[in-house]
Design a protein around this ligand. Sequence first.
Ligand SMILES: Nc1ncnc2c1ncn2[C@@H]1O[C@H](COP(=O)(O)OP(=O)(O)OP(=O)(O)O)[C@@H](O)[C@H]1O
Ligand SMILES: [Mg+2]
Length: 367
Amino acid sequence: MAKVELRDIRKTYNAEEIIKGVSLDIENEEFVVFVGPSGCGKSTLLRMIAGLEEISGGDLMIDGARVNDLEPAKRGLAMVFQSYALYPHMNVYRNMEFGLKLAGMPEAERRQKITDVARTLQLDAYLKHKPGQLSGGQRQRVAIGRAIVRNPKVFLFDEPLSNLDAALRGQMRVELATLHRRLKATTIYVTHDQVEAMTMADKIVVLQKGVVEQVGSPLELYHHPRNLFVARFIGSPPMNFLPVTTRSIDPEGVTVARDRGESLLVPVLPGETASAEALTLGVRPEHIVIDPEGDVHGTIRMVERLGALTLLHVTLADDTLLIVQTDGDHGGEIDRPIRLRLQADNCHLFDARGIALTKLTRHRLAR
Ligand SMILES: Nc1ncnc2c1ncn2[C@@H]1O[C@H](COP(=O)(O)OP(=O)(O)OP(=O)(O)O)[C@@H](O)[C@H]1O
Ligand SMILES: [Mg+2]
């Protein structure tokens, strides 16, 4: 059982503030994923929670007690690093045993624990191997096993799968998710991988330059990004953006137009934009339909065939680039004209500050 609370957490390096007041509630058993561009402070935040980095300001609470000054070993956490950080001269068994020995666990109990965890992680056949004799995926499992045997209240993972090849990564992702369902330990997980974030998280935290941009379930962030930054960051390939102007405001939504004419009624709350205001329209590649009657005219500039689906890079008359997702067998040809329709219900509008207008939406998500 562990609830982790961050209250206005700050980190300063050489007078420069790197983490600028992060407040966050991580509930017991929750799987929380930190995402954000390189250098935004994900690892720093994780290391402060682990106790590997001093906290410059704010309060870190675990189960209601302030732990800012508690040494790492006493916080009840276990961290798994991208680099695995295994002891190269110790075999798998000794690597897993090391922390337990330090903690003074009796030998018989240690053996029981390690045997159990090794079986769960399918490492039983490798207990006598040294890390150098293991594959990347096996090493990663040892690093995870070493964390599990300690029975932590909270697991901290910093990009644990990023050194693995794509197939193994997919397999380990499923294994970690299964493990979390079984162990039910509160987990904080840092990743660059969209699929990991979307599929594993109960809650995603999007960070930019040491500030939380948005916190929400994966689908909340996908359907209701709060601002342009989150809209651009969540989703792959990323959302397309078009400059538009407000034409009319009605109870059903706001009608916007591009400077060449086509207009679109987007179901957002009226009252958050004024007539003739310049806005940004956002539409994901999967929400643009190829339609011979469509009123958006463009030219295909590039075709990326991914097998299951095809991505068309289309430029409009004003050179705006749109990425359009279509089926795998689409016979798109370079330099051909194409007509497109934007699914209005799935479009987003952002004001001049980059803040999303509230959607009047069917995507009312169950929490
Ligand atoms: N020991 C340090 N001294 C000074 N600055 C540091 C130190 N550690 C990190 N930083 C700075 O803090 C910022 C955040 O770094 P951090 O490693 O937390 O980023 P990150 O989000 O984990 O990035 P990545 O995705 O590349 O791992 C960076 O600008 C980095 O240069
Ligand atoms: Mg990092």
